[in-house]
Design a protein around this ligand. Structure first.
Ligand code: C6P
Length: 414
């Protein structure tokens, strides 16, 4: 959790100097990177931490009797403690995985196998990323589960009018995204979790789009599982995190089998190592974990509340600019109430991919497509959207540059 409780504005000019990639140009223009919801850029301190690990300490973990092995283990286990502090959670519940997708597959596969029975219901929402949908479809098929869905209203918010009904038996688990990667909608998790727990329903949170952008406290939320990806919060690709209540991890069977996750192995059967190691089969990505710990230090030193305030200011500017632009439709909440900095839109008569390609000619990077949310695209009645998403290093001027480049799209197709 962030130690800085002040909301003093960020010194973005100074902070941008931390990110070497922001110095480059694209197609003859200064890079305007508005695709951080897909993956964030990395500050030099994170690159240095990965480099320092490989240059000075590289060895396999949890095995060595030698000095390098012990140092690598300390770095890896130190990263676990650091990440736990970042999300204000007990460290023994941190399982290192590759990304959010793997974390959610772990929960769906392992929890469903042992702790759910045929006929049990898992509640999801219409705006989930495929990573929080497909693993549950697979689990439902294997374990005979029923899936149910909270719907999205016309403002792009979750329709919670039938939440109580959907939390009733046979619902056993709710798995929900904290912030939609398409609509930017932030879900009122605290009250949803309270309602779920009142019905003895466990809650799994896909925090891929929230942990990088706002202070998130597991203790405060009271969730049972929380998944996120380091690469969206300034850390390297390959460092993903599942936090789970340790008592649940104790009861869940392993996800993958192999080295590092066992206690004893005979030819016929095996017993498992302690939690969380039971879920970390094989050699982990220690370099990425070192980078993730450095990213936690970096973001906490700035303050997640200040980052959030900065993003809110940019999002407000972005929404106003899109509203002023003729022929543009924005999907999701139209104001800052319950929304973050991922903004999807379409330009009338222009395919989202063409919008993205023309913006790129001006050095502006946005994402275009279904954003791994095909059911949500169906709900919105579109095949694809363009999406601009902001982070701590973006500036007001960059939003203006995006606006000018969007004008070019309208000029070409107008
Ligand atoms: N969204 C985007 O929107 P991975 O790829 O495993 O690190 O993250 C998957 C994932 C899960 N949940 C949400 C809400 C997400 O936004 C994402 C990743 C990216 O551009 C890539 S599709």
């Amino acid at each position: 959790m962030s130690g800085a409780s002040t909301t003093t504005p960020l010194d973005v000019t100074r902070l941008r100097a931390d990110f070497p990639i922001l110095e480059r140009s694209v197609n003859g223009h200064a890079l305007v990177y508005l695709d951080s919801a897909a993956t964030s850029q990395k500050p030099q301190v994170v690159l240095d931490a990965v480099d320092a690990y490989y240059a000075g300490h590289n060895a396999n973990v949890h095995r060595g009797v030698h000095t390098l092995g012990n140092e690598a283990t300390d770095i890896f286990e130190g990263a676990r403690e650091r990440v736990a502090r970042f999300i204000d959670a007990p460290a023994e519940g941190i399982v290192f995985v590759r990304n959010t997708t793997e974390a959610l597959n772990l929960v769906a596969s392992s929890f469903a196998r042992e702790l759910l029975s045929p006929g049990d219901r898992v509640l999801l929402t219409e705006m989930e990323h495929h990573s929080n949908l497909v693993p549950w479809q697979l689990a439902a098929e294997r374990a005979g589960l029923e899936l149910a869905f909270l719907r999205v209203d016309n403002d792009g918010r979750l329709d919670l009018s039938n939440l109580d009904e959907l939390l009733a038996p046979p619902t056993r688990l709710l798995s929900v995204g904290h912030q939609s990667n398409v609509l930017g909608t932030v879900v009122p998790l605290r009250s949803i979790i309270e309602a779920a727990h009142a019905r003895d329903v466990l809650v799994c949170v896909d925090a891929a789009q929230s942990v990088p952008h706002m202070p998130v406290s597991v203790r405060d939320l009271g969730c049972d599982f929380l998944a996120f990806s380091g690469h969206k919060m300034c850390a390297p690709m390959g460092a993903g995190v599942l936090w789970a209540r340790p008592e649940l991890l104790e009861r869940m069977p392993p996800f993958l089998g192999g080295g590092s996750m066992i206690l004893r192995v005979s030819l016929e059967r095996s017993s498992w190592s302690t939690v969380p190691h039971k879920f970390e089969a094989g050699t982990p990505d220690v370099g990425a974990a070192a980078g993730l710990a450095a990213a936690c230090d970096y973001l906490d030193a700035i303050g997640l509340d200040r980052i959030h305030a900065h993003e809110q200011e940019l999002t407000s500017h972005l929404l106003a600019l899109l509203e002023e632009t003729e022929g543009v439709e924005v999907y999701g909440p139209q104001d800052l109430d319950g929304r973050g900095g991922a903004v999807s839109f379409n330009v009338a008569g222009v395919h989202a991919h063409d919008v993205g390609t023309i913006l790129d000619r001006s050095g502006v990077a946005v994402r275009a497509g279904h954003h791994c949310c095909q059911p949500l695209m169906k709900r919105l009645g579109v095949a694809a959207t363009a999406r601009a998403s902001v982070y701590l290093y973006n500036t007001h001027d960059e939003i203006d540059a995006f606006g000018s480049a969007l004008g070019e799209v309208r000029r070409i197709f107008g």
